[in-house]
Design a protein around this ligand. Sequence first.
Ligand code: SF4
Ligand code: SF4
Length: 372
Amino acid sequence: MLTNPEETIEACIGCGRCTEVCPFYRATGDERNGAMGKVEAAKVLFDGGTPSAEDLKTLLLCTRCDRCVQECPAEISVPDIVQSARAELRKIGRWPEKCLGIARSIVESGSPMAAAPQERLACLPPGFEPPEKAEYLYLPGCWSGLKLPETARASLQLLIEAGLDVTVLGDKERCCGLFLIDNGMMDEAKAIAEENTLLLESTSAKVVIAECPGCYDVFKHVYPRLFREPHYKVAFISEVLRGLIEHGKLKVRGSGKRVIYKDPCPLARRHAMLEAPRQVLGAVAEVVEFDEHGKDAVCCGAPAGVKALYPEIADKLAKDLMDEVAAKGVEEVGMSCAFCMYHMQGAVKDSDDRPRIRSLSQLVLESVEDRP
Ligand code: SF4
Ligand code: SF4
């Protein structure tokens, strides 16, 4: 399901409106690293030329954040061109070994970090024994479940305390395959789509609740195209928490804190899910916005292999966001994506005086009244 890149590249009128909004033009100040630079580099590749080192770099410096798509008068998707270009780079042996290693870990070990399956049990709240079948299936995803288990634990605790009949896959859970999709490895992604859909259906869950915006997009939009429509609905954790708060299943009190909300790219731009996370955060704190937020939110700079290949550029974007946070004088940052969160925490770890970065579930959990 890769698009036809040659046709799309031909449609580009070279207006450059996509350059300035691209986070990698902003982070490097080099126009070649902007979105139009990626179209030009892809043209070299698909015309049968030899991509230069700069061409290669710009094609790898894309998180597929979709920010450029909404600017294009010709309705071109640069992230789709990039996806096809990376598949072509792999064919000609120019895709980096580091990326091949991540892809191998996902296919062979079930996570980008090649974690042992039992590490996924660390996020379970004490005493919780997941039933085999339940109405709701909660999916922490790799970054929340393995790298920031306290965020998945907070969500799961909220779902349990609200009385939901919920389970998890535990050590059977595996990566959704987003990295493979971002890099045009569609055969491998298709195999994972089939396996994961059948695994999720084996719990008889009516609703699958995703913690990660990437998993949410993949389960909801990509798997049905790669495999088939599933027997469950896919929901994002914020939607579920909003419903539980609205219906009084979770009673929360305001903390009086000013918390800035960071929109995750797939949620804001592919699913226009702007209200649910803000309503959840608004129930427990005063919501503060980045200057560019919602559909215009700036990417954190990490996904699709960028953090692994160019950590200093990815960190620059995270630090710029955290500088804005500091300038706004807020107390905390509220996140809906554990990968953004892990990356941003890592990029500013030397500065203890910065506002803390927390998941929305962590912020809600500490505001729940009458906890057992
Ligand atoms: S998807 Fe994002 S990172 Fe990629 S070219 Fe567009 S704006 Fe730049
Ligand atoms: S905005 Fe669209 S038409 Fe203009 S340079 Fe970018 S991809 Fe080409």
